[in-house]
Ligand binder design. Structure first.
Ligand code: NDP
Length: 238
């Protein structure tokens, strides 16, 4: 019996929201293992992210996505990290809609636009959920709704596209030190509440998510589709 293969070298990978944070760390994991990685983000890349292809892309812009898809002959792995929170404003309809548009509609737009390439490559999609895929999100109701819906979209696309050879999975990161969570970490009461629920008390680093992404994209995960894997230091178990 052959040993399981975690080899992702030579794969063409695209990471949305890849300029920083979790997206950049996932991109670095694939790059360091020999994949060719395109980081697609709203803003141009800043220094320190070498060895990537960069494209400026808004996942809310259907025409720009279509154009990018038409210029992308091959894609093995699509990682959907583009994300935001309209902190303090998500009970206003426009902000609610904007957050949903980015996370949920953006992920759907990208998945459908790149479906032909992913089918040709027998590739996979990795969506990014959250602890708010499972738990109520009173301070950011749109973010929670979008992250819960992404888990369901992951299952639906996994079923619908299995015959095309496309696997669709998600990762639900726990509490990771990025710009997105900076306001929470700078709020002493919030920081303490989260830390107390973490079994070892420690927030994660962006690079803690890379291993799960690589695994899900690798041959070793060929029977895995439609699942969301928490990478949360045990937060969702507590
Ligand atoms: P960051 O804010 O560090 O990175 C998010 C990136 O997405 C930014 O570069 C941002 O660009 C980009 N982005 C935002 N909107 C769009 C868009 N419309 N099109 C393309 N790119 C866009 O956040 P994280 O790294 O923390 O988050 C990455 C993903 O992980 C998100 O989906 C987030 O919800 C999720 N997540 C994060 C957790 C955490 O603890 N950090 C926990 C659970 C899930 P710009 O900088 O220009 O705004």
């Amino acid at each position: 019996m052959a040993a399981p293969s975690f080899d992702v070298s030579g794969k063409q990978v695209m990471v949305t929201g890849g300029r920083r944070g979790i997206g950049l760390a996932i991109g670095e994991a694939f790059r360091d293992l020999g994949a060719t990685v395109t980081l697609a983000d709203l803003s141009p890349a800043t220094g320190g992210s070498d060895g990537f292809k960069h494209v400026v892309l808004d996942v809310c812009d259907a025409a720009a996505i279509q154009k990018l898809a038409e210029g992308t002959p091959k894609l093995d792995v699509l990682v959907q990290c583009a994300g935001k929170i309209n902190r303090g404003r998500e009970y206003e309809f426009e902000a609610f809609q904007d957050t949903i548009n980015t996370h949920l509609f953006g992920s759907f737009r990208m998945a459908t636009a790149f479906k032909p390439q992913l089918a040709a490559a027998k590739g996979s999609i990795i969506n990014i959920g959250s602890m708010y895929s499972y738990f109520g999100s009173p301070h950011a109701p749109a973010y929670g709704a979008a992250k819960a819906a992404l888990v369901q979209l992951t299952k639906s696309l996994a079923l619908a596209w299995a015959k095309d050879g496309i696997r669709v999975n998600a990762i639900a990161p726990g509490w990771i030190k990025t710009e997105l969570t900076r306001p929470g970490r700078e709020n002493p009461e919030f920081f303490r509440k989260v830390s107390e629920r973490l079994p070892d008390g420690n927030w994660g680093e962006p690079e803690d998510i890379g291993g799960a992404a690589v695994f899900l994209a690798s041959p070793a995960a060929k029977l895995i589709t439609g699942v969301t894997i928490p990478v949360d230091g045990g937060y969702s178990a507590s």
